[in-house]
Design a protein around this ligand. Structure first.
Ligand SMILES: Cc1cc2nc3c(=O)[nH]c(=O)nc-3n(C[C@H](O)[C@H](O)[C@H](O)COP(=O)(O)OP(=O)(O)OC[C@H]3O[C@@H](n4cnc5c(N)ncnc54)[C@H](O)[C@@H]3O)c2cc1C
Length: 442
């Protein structure tokens, strides 16, 4: 009899993990608190509930999310199969009927013999292997248990995320590289403002439309998480003494100190992504595009991730997890889903896929694995587990992939990712040697 693998949380990650275990002939027990207890955002009693949008984003492989989904097809994902079976028309976007999607996944897990326990986990069970996938709205009692396991300072409760832009979309005729007071080399990109430019930006920022506040999302902002537009509303000078202070910087073109500065900090080793420092925001996505493109040098900025602020339980994966999603201090405990610092439905599901696959391998006494870093899955896992001083959640984006010189870069990065994923799958990384989908020729 194969060892039972316990999964806490039957969301996107936990459901995919359970399926991966079952399809390898393993035994899976899922502890899910619904319908005994619901988070403020969940309403359905079934598994893998999409709590907000019904979209799993683009299905085109030149797009990071589309590429990730194609890789998941190669790895035989239940979430992607369910999405295709319950798809609603939405052009190139993979949108689903959320009730049918959730029902499909629940039905499939039941049919395959998952043991389902409807209860709130309030402590870390002694069972091993164990997968923790309780998501961004992990219940308070269990969050307490997780912080006891990993250390209080390594569990975060809020996601105060600043936008990330592609470096190639920054205008270096205006922006320049320098660190304040010349300390720290050329690590920052600086966007200098004249007084007029600042006034225009300030008016747009303070008038911008924000996300409607969800009741589960009402926060008492603490200073470090203050949205930039809220800070700006305190008065026109607040930003000039805060994130937009120009001290210690001179514009190399004028040799003068700019009236205000926006700084961007490098986000990845490939040097393709830059974070707008201190610009966490609740503005809507169209407003973020409109307002942030008023920053000199960012007029044509392309965003790899938009800013946001909401409740989100996630752990300091860079210090806690290896690339196979195992806890460094106890490698029979896996984390999966949004808790690991991936961001998004599909990203959460793919981390569940890997955690399920690896928990199975561990139970069979085999080595755990991670996909090549040239794949979107591998690059995402490498990113969330790479050393980082200021770890923030990350969604799939093309800037995570190692660079390729020359023309049609994105297309060739996508081709390379699928070729490498196919080779990895066929090399037996999936113990059943094949996916549940025919592997397309790349
Ligand atoms: C309000 C909100 C809106 C979001 N909107 C989007 C969006 O539109 N698009 C997008 O791509 N991403 C969105 N996300 C981000 C994220 O992708 C989803 O939250 C995703 O569902 C995360 O998957 P998961 O498996 O990690 O967690 P979940 O899907 O939330 O699954 C976790 C499961 O664990 C259960 N659980 C929690 N605590 C316990 C416990 N103690 N014991 C037993 N069970 C427990 C929960 O009931 C839940 O079923 C949103 C997140 C939030 C919070």
């Amino acid at each position: 009899m194969k060892k039972e693998i316990v999964i806490i949380g039957g969301g996107l990650a936990g459901s995919e993990a359970a399926y991966q275990i079952l399809k390898r002939g393993g035994r899976a027990r899922v502890i899910e608190m619904k319908p005994v207890k619901y988070s403020p955002a969940h309403t359905l009693p079934t598994f893998a509930e999409l709590v907000c949008s019904n979209s799993l984003k683009s299905d085109s492989i030149e797009n990071a999310s589309g590429l990730l989904k194609e890789e998941m097809r190669l790895m035989g994902s239940l979430v992607i199969r369910a999405a295709e079976a319950t798809r609603v028309p939405a052009g190139k976007t993979l949108a689903v009927d959320r009730t049918e999607f959730s029902r499909y996944i629940t039905g499939e897990l039941e049919r395959m013999g998952a043991v389902i326990e409807r209860a709130e986990a309030v402590s870390i069970p002694a069972d091993r292997p164990l997968i923790i996938a309780t998501g961004p709205l992990t219940s308070d009692a269990f969050a307490g248990a997780v912080s006891g396991l990993i250390g209080r300072e390594r569990l975060y409760f809020f996601d105060a995320v600043a936008p990330i832009v592609y470096k190639e979309s920054i205008d270096f005729e205006k922006a320049f590289k320098a660190s304040r007071y010349g300390k720290g080399g050329d690590d920052y990109i600086n966007c200098p403002f004249s007084e007029d430019e600042y006034e225009r930006f300030y008016s747009a920022l303070t008038a911008a439309e924000g996300f409607a506040s969800h009741e589960f999302d009402s926060l008492n902002y603490f200073e470090g998480c203050m949205p930039i537009e809220e800070l700006a509303r305190r008065g026109p000078k607040t930003l000039l003494f805060g994130p937009m202070r120009p001290v210690g910087l001179r514009d190399p073109r004028t040799q003068a100190r700019p009236f205000a500065i926006v700084q961007l900090r490098r986000e990845n080793q490939e040097d393709t992504l830059y974070n707008i420092v201190g610009f966490q925001t609740r503005m809507t996505i169209p407003e973020q595009k409109r307002v942030f493109r008023l920053i000199p040098g960012l007029e044509k900025a392309e965003f790899a991730r938009f800013g946001k602020l909401h409740r989100n339980s996630y752990i300091d994966s860079p210090s806690l997890l290896n690339k196979s999603l195992q806890l460094k201090g106890d490698n029979s405990i896996f984390f999966a889903g949004q808790m690991t610092g991936v961001e998004g439905y599909v990203e959460s599901a793919v981390s569940g896929l890997l955690a399920g696959m690896n928990a199975c391998r561990l139970a069979e006494g085999r080595e755990t694995v991670a996909p090549p870093p040239t794949t979107m899955t591998g690059a995402l896992l490498a990113h969330i587990t790479a050393p980082s001083k200021d770890f923030q959640p990350m969604n799939a984006n093309m800037g995570l992939l190692p660079e390729l010189p020359g023309k049609d870069r994105r297309e060739r990065q996508a081709e390379r990712a699928l070729k490498d994923m196919k080779a990895w799958v066929l090399a037996g990384s999936l113990p059943d040697g094949q996916s549940s989908y025919p592997v397309p020729e790349v």
